[in-house]
Design a protein around this ligand. Sequence first.
Ligand SMILES: NC(=O)c1ccc[n+]([C@@H]2O[C@H](COP(=O)([O-])OP(=O)(O)OC[C@H]3O[C@@H](n4cnc5c(N)ncnc54)[C@H](O)[C@@H]3O)[C@@H](O)[C@H]2O)c1
Ligand SMILES: O=C(O)C[C@H](O)C(=O)O
Length: 308
Amino acid sequence: MKITVVGAGAVGATTADNIIRRELAEELVLLDIKEGVAEGKSLDMYQTAALLNFNTKPVGSTNDYEKTKGSDVVVITSGLPRKPGMTREELIGINAGIVKSVTDNILKYSPKAIIVVVSNPMDTMTYLALRESGIPKKRIIGMGGALDSARFKTYLALEMNVSPNDIHGMVIGGHGDTTMIPLTRLATYNGIPVSRFIAADKLDKVAADTMVGGATLTKLIGTSAWYAPGAATAMIVESIVRNQKRIVPCSVMLNGEYGQKDICMGVPVVIGKGGWEKIINLRLSDAEKASFAKSAEAVRNMNAALDA
Ligand SMILES: NC(=O)c1ccc[n+]([C@@H]2O[C@H](COP(=O)([O-])OP(=O)(O)OC[C@H]3O[C@@H](n4cnc5c(N)ncnc54)[C@H](O)[C@@H]3O)[C@@H](O)[C@H]2O)c1
Ligand SMILES: O=C(O)C[C@H](O)C(=O)O
């Protein structure tokens, strides 16, 4: 198994670190356009092997795609992160060009790779990568819902003062401050609806905090987050390489599911060795269906900017 992570910034390096610690591949290539950064971070990470007992060797590359040849899975994290006060959507101008050129280069050397897109605005970047590459849709997975769901579970656990490990819940829709849809109705504390433990107004606040979870961290840190994004991305990669068939909300191309077509948005999918293998069709309430349609409209408008 060979995995490449493009972009050795905060999210790319954290993703790579999680992947090698869990030994998800024999070989991990970390690539960045900045001279020496991927090589330096790879060496730094490899120096933890003797302390943490793992055997995957990370290899750095300054924009040399030959080194990525034959990758089974490629994660794209290259691109600008937002600054406080910005939306993810404002990154489209620069990041679209980066994601397009990276996708072209990756597929030259790894035509069969499954691609996990992280760069923002993620739903539109996933759509772009799929449109530009023309590869089968099941091989392109956008990472957003995995992270948003982890934040949702964390806020629920904090409110209830319980372990996040006992909380189940999903966030679907777009990966944007106003487009994500935390499914409060379906969230449970070990199978028991969370509404049995949290008052309605508190549950609404958890949902609202989840939606601006990325913006909150960006304001605190001065740039966007990386620990949970890196862990969420590695979790998806693990489900692919170990064929775990986990159900994860991911941005995938819809063809009539959830009433939408020709758009990549977050819905629950089964992730295995083929990429996303199946979409799980949730029975949404009328209000949830309306939120999904509204979210799709916003994502579609963003996609239209690709051709503007
Ligand atoms: N989908 C999500 O849930 C999620 C979560 C966190 C961050 N993000 C997004 O991920 C992206 C990266 O965030 P970050 O915090 O790691 O940013 P960062 O600035 O720390 O790292 C980005 C890296 O990309 C590199 N890069 C730029 N152009 C490149 C190219 N053409 N080829 C190779 N490398 C290139 C840069 O040199 C830099 O090292 C941002 O767009 C951010 O918004 C998405
Ligand atoms: O908030 C951001 O801009 C980065 C990422 O999408 C996140 O949710 O952490």
